[in-house]
Each structure stands twice: as structure tokens, then as C-alpha cells.
Design a protein around this ligand. Structure first.
Ligand SMILES: *Cc1c(COP(=O)(O)O)cnc(C)c1O
Length: 360
């Protein structure tokens, strides 16, 4: 089954093969593997000594919540940019952790407007931090990271980024942020079970006592790893071994640029093919990122999403239901071990299924 989803993804055979070894979590060879993985991730942001990569067991949400609640003081006020489910999730994290916050909302098809962020910060001197999603996986749109980072920095505020579905495939620009959260199982093409935050070392060093949760305390996790290279609690050993191999493949593909280029070609073929079949893209093409695309469901009486989904599964393709509040859609991811020829086969399969189901 080819997973055309936003993660977990179709992984390389050698990445899956790396799961078959057992590792002792305190074994020096495993400690060396952890150091190599964290160094490899950190290097994707910058290797100038500014940054540290702090892993966090769990799915991506664990790292986002650890970042938001560990790297902001308890009396912080966070401006949350929301143009999809993942922005809204960060606002929920603020509620759970009792962080003062305001939400700057844009429609789900509209990228964050740097001028609006600037105006919101000008109007709210109490706001200390901005939290934004880079690639909004809800729709597939890409927010203008660099432009927003510039206005946040110009106002002397701090930026925290959920780069979950961007990290490893989209450029990080000038990296004018305090920290960025992502996970093993998106564009790095590892398996699920580990997430991480790449943060400025000085920001981490000043973050003691912020977290309201022991398990999600990034500062505590960082200190232990700095001290002896070990996790505080059980690490997902197999997941880390697979990520080690996945990072090797990422570098071999040309790093972030090489991977982003393949995803971009996948996206272009998908959009052209689906348009040829009459599907309408949810986003304006200029906002469409190279990670996942959202299509409107056909308005045809014979179209039934569950039957469409099942027929595609029978042909070896798993697509993804829509997550939008305001329109019946479905999503097709183009990340993971998905190559242009796979996208062409997928478009052919969609055409065959529509014909079979009498959807013109
Ligand atoms: C995948 C994703 C997350 C994390 O979701 P999990 O289900 O916890 O892995 C967070 N933000 C974005 C933008 C994502 O795409």
C-alpha cells in the first residue's frame, strides 16, 4: 500500500530494516546513535553552535506542546496564528497550560498575512511570543515563515514554529525563530514515535521552571542529554535506529533541497493530473505547498467518498480524508517514498475508479 497521507508515510525498505535490531537504551553504541541523529537534525537548522536538538518521545503534538509550554515563561502571552487545525491545536495547548494568548485567525485557504501579525503585535504590547504553523497540513498551504519572522523580530517578540510537515523539505530561510518543532515520520521519512524541538541554546538555558509537566519538560530533557547523552525515560530505540537510516537517505537525496524538489515534482504531477480529471484544488495554486493537496469532492450524485477510498485502497493507494470545517474535501499527500511515477499511477487509478463508479 502506498500511503498518500501526511504521515505516517511510506518509508524506504532500509529504514524499515533498521527496526529489526534491539538496542539497550544505556548502551554506548545506542548513545552514539542518538548523538548522531540529534546532530543530523540540528545541522538541518544550523551547525554554528547556536542550536540544540531536543528529542521528545511521542507523536509530533508532544514536541509542539513541549516547545510551547517549556520555552515560554508562565506569564508569557502568546499570539497564535490559526489558519487550520494545527494552529487551533496550539491555542488549545495554551488553554491547557493556562498561558495567556490571543488567536489571530485567517480563513483556511488564506496564508498568514505578515502585516496583520505586525498590526496585532503593535496593538498588544503584552504579547511576548508568536506561535505559527509553517506548512498547514489541514489544507496544504504554506505560511510565509520568513516574512512573519521578520515582523516578529522587528517588534522584539519571539517566534515558535510548528514545522511538522515542512521540516526536511521546505527551506527554513533566515531561521529567525527561537525554536521549531517537527517529528520523525513526516518529511524525514522515519517511522512514528519520536518528535523533536530544535531550539536556540540560550533560549533552552533560560527555560528552567517554565514547564508545567515533567514528561514534556524540554529543559529537563535537554539537561540530561547534555550531561550524558541519555534520555530521562525510555527512548523509542527502534524508532531512533530507523531515523538514523532515514537521515542518511535524506542526506543522500540532497538534503532539504533535494527532498523538496522531489516533493515539488510529485505535487506538480498530482495537480496537473487531477485537474485533467476535473477535480478542483481547494487552495489557490500560489498558496499550494509541496506536501499535501486538498481537493473538493466531486458534486456528482454517483460520488461516494467511502466507496472511492476503498476502490483506491484495492488498487494500492491510501488517500486521506479532508479535515476542513467548511467544505467536503479529501487530501492526497505526496511525501514519503513517493516518486513521480507513483503519482502518475495514482492519477490513472483515480480515473479508472471514477469510470467504474459512473462519476463523470
Ligand atoms: C502531523 C502534524 C502535527 C503533529 O500531529 P501528530 O498526530 O501528533 O503527529 C502537528 N502539526 C502539523 C502541522 C502536522 O502536520
Amino acid at each position: 500500500m502506498l500511503l498518500l497521507t501526511p504521515g505516517p508515510l511510506t518509508t524506504a525498505a532500509s529504514t524499515r530494516a533498521a527496526l529489526t535490531d534491539d538496542w539497550g537504551s544505556r548502551d554506548p553504541r545506542f548513545v552514539a546513535l542518538v548523538a548522531r541523529v540529534l546532530g543530523g537534525i540540528r545541522a538541518l537548522v544550523g551547525d554554528d553552535g547556536t542550536w540544540s536538538c531536543v528529542p521528545m518521545q511521542g507523536s509530533g503534538t508532544f514536541a509542539v506542546e513541549a516547545m510551547l509550554t517549556s520555552l515560554t515563561p508562565r506569564d508569557a502571552k502568546i499570539l497564535v496564528v490559526d489558519n487550520g487545525a494545527y494552529g487551533a491545536r496550539m491555542a488549545a495547548m495554551c488553554r491547557y497550560s493556562a498561558r495567556a494568548h490571543t488567536v489571530l485567525r485567517f480563513a483556511q485557504d488564506t496564508p498568514a498575512d505578515p502585516a496583520a501579525v505586525d498590526a496585532a503585535l503593535a496593538a498588544d504590547p503584552a504579547a511576548t511570543h508568536v506561535a505559527m504553523v509553517y506548512s498547514e497540513t489541514t489544507s496544504g498551504l504554506v505560511n510565509p515563515l520568513d516574512a512573519v519572522a521578520d515582523v516578529v523580530a522587528a517588534r522584539g517578540r519571539r517566534l515558535l514554529v510548528d514545522a511538522m510537515s515542512a521540516f526536511g523539505a521546505l527551506p527554513l530561510g533566515s531561521a529567525r525563530f527561537d525554536a521549531i518543532a517537527a517529528s520523525a515520520n513526516k518529511c524525514l521519512e522515519g517511522v512514528p514515535g519520536l518528535a523533536f524541538v530544535v531550539a536556540r541554546r540560550d533560549v533552552l538555558a533560560a527555560s528552567e521552571g517554565n514547564a508545567g509537566s515533567l514528561a514534556l519538560d524540554l529543559y529537563d530533557q535537554w539537561r540530561r542529554l547534555e550531561a550524558d547523552g541519555q534520555f530521562r525515560f525510555t527512548p523509542p530505540t527502534h524508532v531512533l535506529a530507523a531515523l538514523d537510516e532515514a537521515l542518511r537517505l535524506h542526506a543522500a537525496e540532497g538534503g532539504t533541497a533535494g527532498r523538496g524538489e522531489r516533493y515539488g515534482r510529485n505535487r506538480d504531477l498530482l495537480l496537473a493530473g487531477m485537474q485533467r480529471l476535473g477535480f478542483r484544488l481547494f487552495l489557490a495554486p500560489e498558496h499550494q505547498g509541496p506536501i499535501i493537496a486538498t481537493f473538493h469532492q466531486p458534486r456528482h450524485e454517483a460520488f461516494d467518498f467511502a466507496a472511492f477510498y476503498d476502490a483506491l485502497c484495492e488498487r494500492g493507494f491510501a488517500i486521506y480524508p479532508g479535515k476542513l470545517t467548511d467544505a467536503p474535501t479529501f487530501r492526497v499527500g505526496v511525501i514519503g517514498q513517493v516518486h513521480p511515477a507513483d503519482v502518475e499511477r495514482f492519477v490513472d487509478a483515480v480515473a479508472a475508479v471514477l469510470t467504474e463508479q459512473g462519476v463523470s
